[in-house]
Write a protein that binds this ligand. Structure first.
Ligand code: NAP
Length: 660
């Protein structure tokens, strides 16, 4: 175990707060190793072994996985043929023996050519992905996420205080990178604790609905996750632990809400007005502001007639009341999105009666391991093969680059609309419909309402291991598709006039994602308020900057949410890095501020809109929270992470005005 000093320098060298210096020695015999190999994801294992041995000669091109595109479920081993798999197992056995017999338990940063060989092997030679993948590869020397400069070397004695708003996933990423660069900053967080959405959402059943290994920071590659899809409390623990390891907690002012930002033209500074828990207002000046406010955290509770007369308990999914014990009660859940999908099965067995109000059926992708722990074989590999878990994370990233984009891309003139957008999309529809038919075989009444009437992927797809269907088929569950007419004193009256008496109503009715910054007044150059500029249609260059709002950076801003491809953390980290590169430009050039040019924003938005128009969610007959009140898709990034890596690599001179 290295001492604290060593571990800090190792962390800096390796850009991974969870850097694992050493694996446990392999002591098991060949028969045991063969059994483990039979359960391993072979491309991951081959890459990890080659890296640890420092020898990529075993990764011959005929062993390369074809990386078959993911339609509904990932193909095991990236689609390797049975023959490839057999040969890969032999190579893996020889490799594990070599690790064991030579006592190899550690791996260091890899030479460039080794990195290239490994990426070629894992991506079937897609060179245009290498940049974004190196960003995720803990063993790449030029990983590129951490700032390669220090404030003291470029600031020339200048003061440059930065305000980071929010201590959720984005705020913590920003704080970590700004701290690494030595840029002075504080974080204000409205809540009394950090963690953002993972601190706020504590409803029964809360967990990731994307595989765990695709949901972590490139600079904090935890390997020992217990579940395939991490539980909410594990994600929250991780986020807190990252903040601790990054040493940024002391920079956070908790229970402090940002109310107002005003650009002071003369001082070339932002004046930020905050309010603390005691109601005390404070206005302070900052050279730059990084908004890391979340998108999905302002509850949307629709207005229903009579709701004031209802005598039972109501709660939004994000504001779960743990005092209101639902066991043995009659509970209504309104909504069938990602939140309801987790809540309903978690309640179903404990309540006396469950009434589910479904307006639209959800599409669900098969995920048989949705509630499973990681396997014993995975745990063994993680402990014994240096950085196996990190290679596994990289493999999830590789597969996530194209993700399912090809299944949701619309074909011009396709006649299956509005049920599908292309031949491939129709194929997915057929597969998923078949799975629903099997699950609801004995309940044709439910099946009639279980198949969505819109194309797969047009709205967020959920994960299916059968628990949703089981909960709906339960004898004490009623699925109401008639729509809600009004609330009564005792429950909800549907549009057929049937009253459903319930003790608790859960609004799993989503959020207000298109109302970016809606609770903050942001006044930029010439006194323009950002919402007046946007007019209900939030737009930002690279999802990050807005013309007329200098030195103001949005992390996870408009149009950067990947929904069928890519990683949230990647988009967040790249936006943070772009903001830091902008700060570097300001300091290096000795100017006061950077402001993006309106033409650059227009060009970016045109490009994004063209991409989204080709997607299932961009079709005129689709209605989803991905769109704003104007009908423009303002949440979603329609391309891959590789394109976002490209556009956030450098701060373009021609796209920006530098203000003296
Ligand atoms: P959501 O996807 O917006 O779903 C809201 C649900 O409420 C929909 O089924 C919607 O029906 C229904 N609804 C809204 N207004 C209604 C009304 N007036 N009457 C009847 N039904 C109404 O919200 P969410 O489930 O909270 O999820 C939001 C997003 O948060 C997700 O897409 C995901 O990105 C994220 N999330 C992630 C996780 C995770 O990773 N574990 C978990 C939860 C949420 P329509 O479909 O007909 O509009």
């Amino acid at each position: 175990m290295p001492n604290m000093q060593e571990s800090r320098s190792e962390t800096a060298r390796f850009d991974d707060l969870y850097w694992e210096p050493r694996a446990e020695p392999i002591v098991e015999d060949d028969a045991f190793l063969a059994e483990i190999i039979a359960q391993a994801e072979l491309p991951v294992l081959l890459a990890a072994i080659a890296a640890a041995l420092g020898d990529t000669s075993s990764l011959s091109s005929d062993l390369q996985p074809p990386l078959s595109p993911v339609d509904t479920q990932p193909h095991p081993h990236g689609g390797m043929s049975p023959d490839q798999q057999e040969r890969a197992k032999e190579v893996a056995l020889a490799g594990l023996r070599e690790l064991r017999d030579n006592g190899i338990t550690a791996v260091d940063l890899l030479p460039d050519e080794t990195v290239t060989d490994l990426l070629r092997f894992l991506t079937a030679g897609r060179e245009h992905w290498y940049g974004s993948l190196k960003h995720e590869l803990d063993l790449a020397a030029d990983k590129g996420g951490a700032p390669q400069w220090h404030f003291d070397d470029v600031a020339d004695g200048r003061e440059f205080p930065v305000l980071i708003v929010g201590a959720g996933i984005a705020g913590i990423a920003a704080a970590h990178r700004y701290k690494q660069a030595g840029v002075p900053f504080i974080v204000v967080e409205d809540a009394p604790m950090l963690g953002g959405t993972w601190a706020k959402n504590s409803y029964p059943g809360v967990r990731l609905d994307t595989p765990t290994f695709g949901y972590s920071y490139s600079f904090a590659q935890r390997g020992d996750w217990p579940h395939q899809f991490a539980q909410g409390r594990d994600v929250l623990d991780y986020v807190r632990d990252v903040a601790e390891r990054a040493g940024i907690i002391e920079n956070i002012e908790f229970s402090t809400r940002l109310n107002r930002l005003r650009w002071d033209e003369r001082a070339r500074m932002w004046k930020a007005t905050t309010r603390d828990a005691a109601g005390k207002e404070q206005t302070r000046s900052f050279a730059a502001v990084v908004s890391a406010l979340g998108q999905l955290d302002r509850p949307h509770i629709p207005h229903f007639e009579g709701i004031d007369q209802y005598r039972g308990v109501t709660m939004h999914s994000q504001e779960w009341s743990h005092e209101a014990d639902y066991a043995g009660k009659r509970v209504a859940v309104i909504g069938t999105g990602a939140s309801a999908y987790q809540i309903v099965p978690a309640l179903a067995d404990d309540v006396e009666k469950l009434v589910l109000f479904q307006r639209t059926a959800p599409w669900m992708l098969p995920a048989p391991n949705y509630h499973d722990r990681v396997t014993d074989a995975f745990t063994w590999l993680r402990r014994k093969v240096p950085h196996y878990a990190q290679w596994n994370r990289l493999w999830a990233t590789v597969q996530g680059i194209p993700g399912r984009l090809h299944t949701v891309t619309a074909e011009e003139g396709w006649e299956g609309a509005p049920l599908s957008v292309s031949r491939k999309n129709q194929e997915v529809r057929d597969v998923l419909t078949g799975l629903l038919a099997a699950q609801f075989e004995e309940r044709p009444d439910l099946l009639a309402h279980a198949v969505p009437n819109y194309p797969p992927g047009a709205k967020r797809m959920l994960r299916d291991n059968g628990v949703w269907a089981d909960a709906l088929k339960s004898p004490h569950t009623t699925v109401v598709t008639a729509g809600i007419d009004r609330f009564s004193e005792h429950g909800i009256i549907d549009s057929h006039g049937v009253e459903h008496e319930v003790d608790i109503v859960v609004f799993a009715t989503g959020f207000k994602p298109s109302d970016y910054l809606d609770e903050v007044e942001v006044i930029g150059r010439d006194g323009v308020e950002i919402h007046d500029f946007w007019k209900g249609d939030a737009r930002a260059y690279n999802g990050i900057t807005v013309p007329g709002f200098p030195n103001f950076f949005l992390i996870y801003g408009p149009n950067v949410g990947g929904v069928v491809a890519g990683s949230l953390h990647f988009m967040i980290e790249r936006a943070v890095e772009f903001s830091l590169k902008s700060v570097y430009e300001i300091l290096q050039r000795g100017v006061s501020a950077i402001d993006v040019r309106p033409a650059a924003l227009d060009r970016f938005v045109d490009w994004i809109d063209a991409g989204n128009r080709r997607m299932a969610w961009g079709q005129p007959y689709v209605h989803t929270w991905y769109q704003n009140a104007h009908g423009r898709v303002s949440q979603v990034w329609p391309y891959t992470n590789a394109e976002y890596w490209q556009i956030t690599e450098a701060v373009s001179e021609s796209d920006h005005e530098f203000i003296a």
